[in-house]
Design a protein around this ligand. Structure first.
Ligand code: ADP
Ligand code: MG
Length: 256
């Protein structure tokens, strides 16, 4: 059975896509059969996996509205070692179309059920909003991974996200829980970041992952080469942190 995780945070630019792509590649390197689902019309996870979003014949959009089947949409990441359900701007239109469809928040869930046996991990890269697309992700996930920067305002946004997750848990998906908070773009020289990091540990305990992803330029450079950071420069500190995170996820997934 595949364990399905959403990487979510309603803020943009907090490291969701970087986390999704690098976790997928690190899991693949650790021998886990992994599928990355790009649910963001920006298609950054698609591009970062080395797949040209402009050249797609069909995408996750076609899958969600029932215009294509899985095998027409699924592609392998050439460098990543995992599979991708890619996205591009077509997906922006899905939001409107989904509203009128049957089981609109369960479209992805129903689709993914068909290949549950093909994967150990499914990772869903969510858009920076609490939209119907994100809801589709949350409806089929066993857990949510929340990447966050250790800044003052990060804590404020967190309570909105936690409340939304509670609502989905209560109304749509009893399996859903927060797996953990991942500290990303961390700069240990900043006192404020250390303080917020300590606050997070105090408040959320072992819901905070032990792995901490540092701010690391190699992770930011990797997408322009169409590669996950853990493939582009395995030895870089950021890549190492994502490998450690992948091993933590494999451990946690065993307790499911
Ligand atoms: P989101 O998907 O939440 O919008 P991204 O993963 O796209 O966020 O990250 C936003 C920007 O920050 C991107 O340019 C990305 O390359 C960069 N970035 C993400 N994580 C790191 C990191 N650990 N170190 C340096 N740059 C990072
Ligand atoms: Mg993103």
């Amino acid at each position: 059975m595949a364990r399905i995780f959403c990487v979510a945070n309603q803020k943009g630019g907090v490291g969701k896509t970087t986390t999704c792509v690098n976790l997928a590649a690190a899991l693949a390197q650790a021998g886990q059969r992994t599928l990355l689902v790009d649910l963001d019309p920006q298609g950054n996870a698609t591009m970062g996996s080395g797949i040209d979003k402009r050249a797609l014949k069909s995408s996750i959009y076609h899958l969600l509205v029932g215009l294509a089947d899985l095998d027409a949409v699924r592609v392998a990441s050439p460098s990543g070692g995992y599979d991708v359900l890619p996205a591009n701007r077509d997906l922006a239109g899905a939001e409107v179309e989904l509203v009128n469809l049957d089981q609109r928040e369960r479209r992805l869930r129903n689709t993914l059920q068909a290949f549950d046996a093909d994967y150990d991990f499914v990772l869903i890269d969510c858009p920076p909003s609490l939209s119907l697309l994100t809801l589709n992700g949350l409806c089929c996930a066993h857990g949510v991974i929340i990447p966050m920067q250790c800044e003052y305002y990060a804590l404020e946004g967190l309570s909105d996200l936690v409340n939304s997750i509670k609502k989905v848990h209560a109304n749509l998906n009893r399996d859903l829980k927060i797996i953990g908070l991942l500290r990303v773009m961390f700069d240990p020289r900043m006192t404020l970041q250390q303080q917020v990091s300590a606050q997070l540990e105090g408040h959320f305990g072992d819901k905070v992952f032990r792995a901490i992803v540092p701010r690391n330029v190699r992770l930011a450079e990797a997408p322009s080469h169409g590669m996950p950071g853990v493939v582009f420069d395995k030895a870089a500190k950021g890549a190492q942190a994502y490998m450690a995170f992948a091993h933590e996820m494999i451990e946690r997934a065993k307790t499911f």
